[in-house]
Design a protein around this ligand. Structure first.
Ligand code: C2E
Ligand code: MG
Ligand code: MG
Ligand code: MG
Length: 281
């Protein structure tokens, strides 16, 4: 497939957008105003060490409450933000806010290793991403090692050479990289070997039915082995039961995240949870 320039890509998506529903157009317009008015919030979901059960990180998940539309799921509005290009501005707000929150937690004595932000493919393919990362880290006075960027396979497979170059720039800055929803995209193992990535996030679709489905268990075990062989950590998403946790722990999955431990929480509640389990020093 021929590579499209940013501009062509933009007009292509705009045409596609126009063909879609009135709700999509309403959301696209409302998103533009929401960004100006800072109507978004971040919720944070704890990520735990499978063995010690210590909270080692938090994933920032965007929330949007619109006066008329009510709560709109990111699963609905992020693709619209992506197709209109608004994700660049929204993503910048997410990164800036998450870095500031992480700085505050460290200053409060809450010891987390990383705060994770989700990057959409358009953000990852934007050649100014490293400058954006540097600016947001400097603004929050946050060392790069405390920021984890979560990308999906689709962000990387479009143009593997460009993805490798971008990962190299980000790695040299010292930020961490996780591959989100691993196993659901199209990336081949030959790319995985060439991508400098720190963590594979095992998609929740494999975790959900693992107790009943031997194939899901086999896939999870294989992912953990591949990650180990390539020197990457694994994190299982969507962990909801003790039985799932027991299996993941027995198989050597490093980290877990899911409703079993906590739903994504507004920053003040996340802080309260962390302060309650941080030993006073
Ligand atoms: P994701 O990054 O794979 O995030 C995981 C999703 O699973 C989140 O949904 C989270 O709330 C949900 N989840 C966590 N634990 C459990 C569990 O135990 N069971 C179940 N059933 N679900 C669980 P959410 O917050 O609705 O986000 C959906 C997707 O929207 C995210 O998937 C991510 O792709 C995207 N997204 C969210 N925030 C952002 C953002 O700031 N920027 C970008 N580019 N994308 C975002
Ligand atoms: Mg994610
Ligand atoms: Mg995911
Ligand atoms: Mg997802």
């Amino acid at each position: 497939r021929a590579k499209q320039s940013g501009r062509n890509r933009y007009s292509f998506f705009t045409a596609e957008l126009e063909a879609r529903s009135a709700r999509t157009l309403h959301i696209a317009n409302a998103l533009r105003r929401a960004l100006e008015r800072e109507q978004f919030a971040l919720h944070y979901q704890p990520q735990l060490d499978t063995h010690t059960k210590a909270v080692i990180g938090a994933e920032a998940l965007i929330r949007w409450y619109h006066p008329e539309l009510g709560q709109v799921s990111p699963a609905e509005f992020i693709p619209i933000a992506e197709s209109t290009g608004l994700i660049i501005g929204i993503g910048d707000w997410v990164m800036r806010t998450a870095a500031q929150d992480m700085r505050r937690w460290l200053d409060m004595g809450i010891t987390l290793r990383t705060v994770s932000v989700n990057l959409s493919p358009l953000q990852f393919q934007h050649h100014h991403l490293p400058e954006q990362v540097a600016r947001n880290l400097a603004h929050a006075r946050l060392p790069a090692k405390h920021l984890m960027l979560e990308l999906t396979e689709s962000a990387a497979v479009d143009d593997p050479a460009a993805a490798i170059a971008m990962l190299d720039r980000l790695n040299r800055q010292g930020v961490r990289i996780a591959l989100d929803d691993f196993g659901t995209g199209y990336s081949s193992l030959s790319y995985l070997k060439r991508f400098q990535i720190h963590k594979l996030k095992i998609d929740q679709s494999f975790v959900r039915d693992l107790e009943q489905d031997a194939n899901d268990r086999a896939i999870i075990v294989a992912i953990i082995h591949i990650a180990k062989a390539l020197g990457m950590d694994t994190l299982a998403e969507g962990v909801e039961s003790e039985a799932q946790l027991d299996f993941l722990q027995a198989q050597g999955c490093n980290f877990v995240q899911g409703y079993l431990f906590s739903r994504p929480l507004p920053a003040p509640q996340f802080e309260a949870l962390l302060l309650a389990c941080t030993p006073a020093s």
